[in-house]
Design a binder for this molecule. Structure first.
Ligand SMILES: [Zn+2]
Length: 188
């Protein structure tokens, strides 16, 4: 009798491996990625949240640029969202600064919890493993706090580069000699 081989799609294999195989740590980066990431982070950037995801889908403005990665790492820092490939060295799949993010949707009641991050003209859909659901409980709060905090910091640092003309009240670059609006001479 001729037997038709049953081919299991790759993503199902990965999922099976991740959920049934040796219990893997879903929240702690492997040391090689951790080290690589440390070199990638900016000054004063700290990692707030790390969770292995089952699938990360990037929907780009051009369909050709869109991409999907299975079994990657979802990371929230105090400045951005990073998605790392789960390889032996640091490979960044997505780098989404908070100031580029319009909003995020949370679908935590799905079998595989999902976050959708909407930026100006792109979208990222991150699906976590059903095993990871207990790690997702506070994700909305963590995400929002980081986002608000980053926006506050951006405001303060922008404020540091500007000042107000005492004559007309216009916002002008700090250390200006004259107001660009009213021509008032400014004493530093
Ligand atoms: Zn002025």
């Amino acid at each position: 009798m001729f037997k038709i081989p049953i081919v299991t799609p790759l993503h199902k294999l990965i999922k099976r491996y991740l959920s049934n195989g040796e219990k893997q740590n879903l929240t702690e980066l492997p040391s090689n990625l951790k080290n690589g990431l440390e070199g990638y982070l900016k000054q004063e950037e700290v990692v707030i949240f790390t969770l292995r995801n089952y699938r990360a889908m990037y929907i780009a403005p051009r369909w050709l640029d869109s991409n999907t990665f299975f079994n990657s790492w979802f990371i929230i820092t105090n400045q951005r969202i990073l998605i790392l490939r789960n390889s032996s060295s640091l490979k960044i799949f997505r780098d989404i600064p908070f100031d580029d993010i319009h909003r995020a949707n949370y679908e935590m009641n799905r079998l595989e919890p999902r976050i959708t991050i909407i930026s100006s003209d792109k979208e990222d859909r991150i699906d976590f493993l059903s095993d990871a659901i207990r790690h997702c409980e506070n994700i909305e709060e963590i995400f929002n706090n980081a986002l608000v905090d980053a926006r506050e910091r951006a405001k303060t640092s922008a404020a540091g580069d500007t000042m107000f003309c005492f004559n007309c009240g216009s916002k002008i670059p700090r250390k200006s000699k004259f107001c660009s609006e009213c021509g008032q001479e400014l004493i530093q």
